[in-house]
Design a protein around this ligand. Sequence first.
Ligand code: ASP
Length: 399
Amino acid sequence: MHWQILIALVLGIIFGVTFPDLIKYVEWMGTLFLRALRMIIVPLIFSSIVSGVTGLGSGENLGRMTMKTIGYYLTTSLFAIFTGLILVNLIKPGVGADLGLSAVVEGLDVSRDSFGQTLIKIIPTNIIESMAKGDLPAIIFFAIIFGFFATRVAPSYRDPIVNFFNAIFEIMMKITMFVIKFTPFGVFGIVAALISDHSDNLLVIFGRMGIYMLTVIGALAIHAFITLPLIVRILGKSNPVKHARGMSVPLLTAFSTSSSSATLPLTMEAVEFNSGVSNKTTSFVLPLGATINMDGTALYQCVAVLFIAQAYGVELTIIQQLVVILTALLASIGAAGIPMAGLVIITVILSAVGLPLEGVGLILAVDRILDMFRTAVNVWSDSCGAVVIAKSEGEILKV
Ligand code: ASP
């Protein structure tokens, strides 16, 4: 399957560059595919978390899993941020950057204070509304609470509810497997449309922003190919290469769609069936990861903010760099798993260290392309987390 997706990706690029006028004839494939993935997400996440949490049994187990999961996610995000910080300080891609390249970005003030709001909105006032809007943090919060208390009622109530959500979860996974069959077509449509959107200025952008892009991609590569595999090998006592092979379909999909949320159904399927992580672990760790664990985004935000500082000739002190690290970490937790979410949240970090918000305009042109790489790293880190946590729970894996 991953060869078909890879071929679809390459064909999409060729098609987008060669026939930008014919895009409307192929774009619908990507649209349909994304719609199908989004259709799955809310029932899948809700049923998977309820089934995962009820499967954990006691509150003690739930507490332990939550601590482990959050601990893993924070640690790897910090590793990612440091990798980005080191590279951007060594390469200094922003020094002498062309400030004339910047574009005007609208709606910056709207996003400035949205981070605190994001935290508050984890508790939904109306769960049906949150589900209708696809508001994942609120859905996850409610599902955990619901699953936890479902195990606290009399067996005559508990058993049918547990069976009901297990059944929904199984059905959603079957639908996922069906949708996966169309991934190559979806990827072709999405990539062709994306490339044709950018085709007229692609080379100019690469020329002017090349060093910045290489810094981001280089740091992401170090994190994805060295740091995370080492964690899988040492902490997870598993084979990272085998695990990566099993993850090829979700990783290529993450790359093409730039959305870790949309990719979540495929990630869950691959981690469970190819890497052998139990249903109990995947259904808790992965939905949580898709919303709060974004190593690629955290790294990217850190590099981007330092790039902007360098371009404006602002020397950030160690304290300011620490503020960048901390806010990048929090901002990556708050970012949604959708395309370009990381870009908007950069404004939070910029205002935290007193840099002009308009600096976002500098990196706008290449954000969508870098989004593909960072989203793949986000998904890869979630899946490595599932392996590490499963192993620490004594599971026997296939990798
Ligand atoms: N697109 C990323 C994701 O879905 C988030 C971001 O913009 O960095 O994981």
